[in-house]
Design a protein around this ligand. Sequence first.
Ligand SMILES: [Zn+2]
Length: 234
Amino acid sequence: MLNTLRLRWLDNLLGLFYPNLCLACGRNLPPRQEGICISCRYKLPRTHFHQEADNPFTERFWGRIPLQAGAAFLHFTKGGRTQRLIHHLKYEGKREVGIYLGNLYGQELREAPVFREATLILPVPLHPRKQHRRGYNQSALFARGLSEAMGIPWLPDGLKRTEYTATQTKKSRLERFNNVEKAFVIPHPEKIKQQHVLLVDDVATTGATLEACALKVLEVEGTKVSMATIGIAQ
Ligand SMILES: [Zn+2]
């Protein structure tokens, strides 16, 4: 009893110096709880898109990519929980957020027949210099979390981003797209051959990056493509 009281006292004291905050809402977490508070776990703005074959995610790719399935886990809004989580994942070194969200979403996706048919998970790669600076690729962490929960293998380097860059400003949509397309390579096509690839990324906005990656994958013999992201922006 005394020990428990002492520990709680110590926890509270430490909390003053090292506040343990929920990564989604920023409020104080109870002692010995980590990551996301219980309230946020329930209130995550889930899209439930994976339950519908045609949904606002797949609509973005109509006429661009023949998708087997596509969905985003959460709605991404300015100042919302998803934006906070992604910020921690990308800019605050909180790698565990990516794995955690992958685990959560993987548990839902494995109940969706089309997603369950995927045979290989590939993360959208970062530009090598950016990855070097950050130390990790946030989409790869999400891929790892999904892989664990779905029991589907993932390849960290199935797709690679080349060093190629050109300034994107003052270019037409087509020129921009051609730039993005040249940015990706598949170093070992034999590892992708005949696979139903689940491409994953952090946030889907215009979908241009995912589209360029999908086109690369579809150049390899016998491939099919599905997509999943953590967030989808309006
Ligand atoms: Zn919270």
